[in-house]
Design a protein around this ligand. Structure first.
Ligand code: IFM
Length: 774
């Protein structure tokens, strides 16, 4: 296990260690130390409570309405409060003296621990050691432990463990009080969201060992509390365990009974911990990525995988992963294309059943997408740019400033960022390709692809003058341009989508004829509609100039005022903030890859416009005009992969690490709002598809690696069509230039790759023995 020190943390292969308390960084650290189990996420708030804290437990699917943003994931009752009073002094990090401190997140075991040697304001020294986990073995179980050892005194210790029934979403309380009560050594709480009327119940019990004490209930309304007092003796450890269960009416008819019954059956903390660790061990067997030779990248990659795993619904197909996962209030728990395009590949190729759940969510929200299409005057299904429980559009229309004299800002994505419907179809298609899950495709996937194809056919316009189909008035992936015509990304994705819709319909007709008929009737998929799809495929305009190989991002883009981003350096703000919305609109500056994003998506199957020459030409044009550091967090990983394709090794690594560290090191300054889920997915894709160079061939995935200089090993597993494939990629000294994709400045190291059972080792690009580009 190697150790890397950063200004904020120490990283080992599996563990994040914080050694200082910084009250100004509480919100960031709470995000970073989030734990979860795919059902809920709990931010890394300290048990003892601080004014700087913003505690949150977010449960998938628990949405409730709220002004302006329509609906949001509701902050659920807080299971963490645990107060320790040492001879009358309440333990707090901002009182007395911290003699030693560390907090650790152990990714391997999904466990947070914190140890403190604290001197009370009256000079008594005590060791406190906290631990907590959200069980990965049983997602309704949460557990906390506190071990207390007086160092130099005997005295009275009091511990209060509570459930806080007054959680807030940034000042807004979604809960109405229903009931609360006591059980044997325990307490429970019952609440309901005000509008969506989702009920929740939590039950908790506490046990003490190492001292004699009874457990008293000292609850206040909405704040059930268990209280214990004992006489502590110097050098003798007392252990308190708090076990909590949680259910909502989304899973069970009677949450109170479910929470109490579950609690009554649970074994001790240590048994629960054993089961939890075993479950994590199993999941890491499938999902781990080993990187040798670069400890910082090793930890960061595992951290990003961990974030995806704790946010992913394992047993629920009516929810999806919000842009900020379950770790913060940013984007209010809304779901974007981030899930399908950035996060989904990780699940598709490591745990396809989770990918299926995420895509089924889109199936279950098709009616919302149909309402959106019909409201806007179109046919079929048009997915919401921001989606929540029903699939109706929940992107806020306006962003309202805090400054009373500031202007409200219209958010146009809800009206114009329509590429999401094709993005979802893309994800469905690749899930199907990767898994061969025909049954799901028949029951769910086909309907998604076909009904969104119907939407496209009603959304495109025919330009009689130029004799071509066009899509006008959109926002592409680059959100700095808010009203453009014929965005190349959108137009080509729509063409691709319609191509696949025809294949899917043919497949249904040939293999699942009953379902083909059923869908043709239900969706009114007439021969006329199908021939229109064909016509659009042939005649939609993709602004590509074959002589220059340049794709114009949208009509007229090359006529916009050009920009040299270097002239604005050094800077700490986005180009949109510097230039204003209107200013950015008028210039050739991109928030995030758009043409390059299209190239990336078409790279998978090497479809138009993806080829090396187009990539080179368009990279040279668009990369320098992209606000890659301050634009969108979705950009860096994608630029990293493409830079790696182009042999720009240093840039590839720089972009990759920018993405990998976005939350750990708060690269963008907004990690307090929650984990950047899309970036985490992009990091996985950068390792597997970028540095690992995985290409998905008919029979199996094959590696064509571009290992980062200094990486001595890259190891991971992929699932492809029901079979697990293990890759163990290592540079081989003295092999000459074996690169199948030559890279600039290569030394004499080949790369040895081993595919499944060692029978398909890709021997590919070479990596020079250079120091790591940090
Ligand atoms: O979906 C993204 C979008 O591409 C850029 N702005 C933030 C959204 C949510 O992450």
């Amino acid at each position: 296990d190697t150790t890397v020190h950063s200004p904020d943390f120490i990283y080992t292969d599996w563990t994040l260690i914080e050694t200082k308390v910084d009250f100004n960084k509480f919100p960031h650290r709470e995000t970073v130390f989030t734990i979860g189990n795919g059902y809920l996420g709990t931010r890394g708030t300290f048990e003892e409570g601080y004014t700087q804290a913003s505690p949150a437990t977010l449960i998938h699917g628990v949405y409730d309405s709220v002004p302006v943003v329509y609906t949001e994931l509701v902050n659920c009752p807080d299971w963490l409060p645990l107060i320790v009073i040492v001879d009358g002094d309440r333990f707090r990090l901002d009182q007395g003296e911290i003699l030693t401190y560390d907090r650790q997140l152990d990714l391997l075991r999904g466990l947070i621990s914190r140890t403190i040697r604290w001197r009370t304001p009256t000079g008594k020294t005590i060791d406190l050691s906290f631990q907590r986990f959200a069980s990965y073995a049983d997602q309704h179980v949460l557990a906390q432990r506190c071990q207390i050892t007086p160092v130099d005194f005997d005295g009275l210790i009091e511990i209060q463990g509570s459930i806080n029934g007054y959680p807030e979403n940034q000042g807004f309380n979604h809960w109405e009080a229903l009931d609360q009560g006591n059980i044997d050594n325990g307490i429970w709480l019952y609440r309901r969201t005000r509008n969506s009327r989702i009920e929740i119940s939590l039950a908790a019990r506490m046990t003490l060992s190492g001292a004699d004490a009874s457990m008293l209930v000292t609850s206040a309304p909405g704040y059930p509390t268990l209280n214990t007092k004992f006489q502590a003796i110097a050098q003798q450890t007392v252990t308190l365990e708090k076990i909590v269960t949680v259910f909502t009416s989304r899973e069970v008819a009677h949450p109170i009974a479910a929470a109490q019954e579950k609690l009554a059956q649970l074994p001790s903390y240590s048994k629960l911990l054993d089961a939890h660790e075993k479950a994590w061990d199993e999941v890491w067997q499938q999902n781990d990525i080993v990187i040798e030779g670069d400890s910082r990248a090793q930890f960061a990659v595992r951290y990003n995988i961990f974030q995806m795993l704790i946010a992913a619904p394992r047993y629920d197909d009516k929810v999806s992963i919000p842009a900020k996962t379950l770790s913060g209030f940013g984007y209010r728990g809304h779901v974007f294309w981030d899930t399908e395009i950035f996060l989904l590949p990780f699940f598709t190729y490591t745990q396809p059943h989770i990918a299926r759940n995420l895509l089924s969510y889109r199936y279950h929200t098709l009616n919302g997408a149909r309402r959106k299409a019909s409201h806007d005057g179109y046919k079929g299904a048009m997915f919401a740019w921001e989606s929540a429980d029903t699939g109706d559009e929940v992107t806020p229309r306006w962003a309202l400033p805090n400054d009373p004299y500031g202007e409200d800002v219209r958010i146009w994505c809800r009206d114009r960022e329509i590429h999401i419907s094709a993005d979802i179809a893309y994800a469905v298609w690749y899930y199907w390709q990767a898994t061969g899950d025909d049954e799901w495709m028949e029951d769910y996937g086909a309907e998604i692809i076909l009904d969104t194809a119907i939407f496209w056919a009603s959304r495109v316009e025919y330009n009689t003058k130029d004799e071509r189909y066009e899509i006008r008035g959109v926002i592409g992936a680059d959100e700095y341009h808010e009203f453009v015509h014929n965005n190349a990304f959108t137009n080509r994705m729509v063409q691709w989508h319609l191509e696949k819709a025809i294949i899917v319909q043919d497949w249904l007709r040939q293999n699942k004829s009953d379902r083909a008929t059923e869908l043709e009737e239900k969706l009114k998929l007439t021969p006329g509609r199908r021939s229109r799809w064909q016509d659009i495929i042939t005649n939609i305009w993709i602004p590509y100039d074959a002589s220059t190989k340049l794709i114009e991002q949208c009509e007229g883009f090359f006529q916009l005022e050009d920009i040299n981003l270097q002239e604005y350096e050094p800077r700490t703000r986005s180009m949109q903030t510097i230039l204003t919305i209107e200013g950015a609109n008028k210039r050739q500056v991109l928030k995030q890859p758009d043409v390059l994003m299209l190239l990336y998506l078409m790279r998978q199957s090497q479809e138009f416009p993806y080829n090396q020459e187009n990539l080179e030409k368009n990279w040279d044009y668009y990369a320098p005009r992209t606000d890659i550091t301050y634009g969108s967090s979705l950009g860096p990983a994608i630029h990293g992969i493409l830079a790696s394709d182009l042999g720009k090794t240093a840039e590839a690594y720089q972009r990759f690490m920018q993405a990998a560290m976005v939350d750990l090191e708060d690269v963008r300054g907004n990690a307090a709002e929650g984990i950047h889920g899309a970036s985490a997915g992009g990091v996985w894709q950068a390792v597997v598809f970028g540095f690992g160079g995985i290409q998905l061939h008919e029979n199996q995935p094959v590696a064509n690696p571009h290992l980062v200089p200094g990486w001595t090993r890259l190891k991971f597993k992929l699932q492809w069509r029901g079979k697990s494939h293990e890759f163990d990629l290592q540079p081989v000294m003295g092999q000459g230039d074996m690169g199948t994709r030559g890279q600039e400045g290569q030394g004499d190291m080949g790369t040895r790759g081993q595919g499944d059972k060692g029978d398909k080792g890709a021997i590919s690009s070479s990596s020079p023995p250079l120091p790591l580009p940090h």
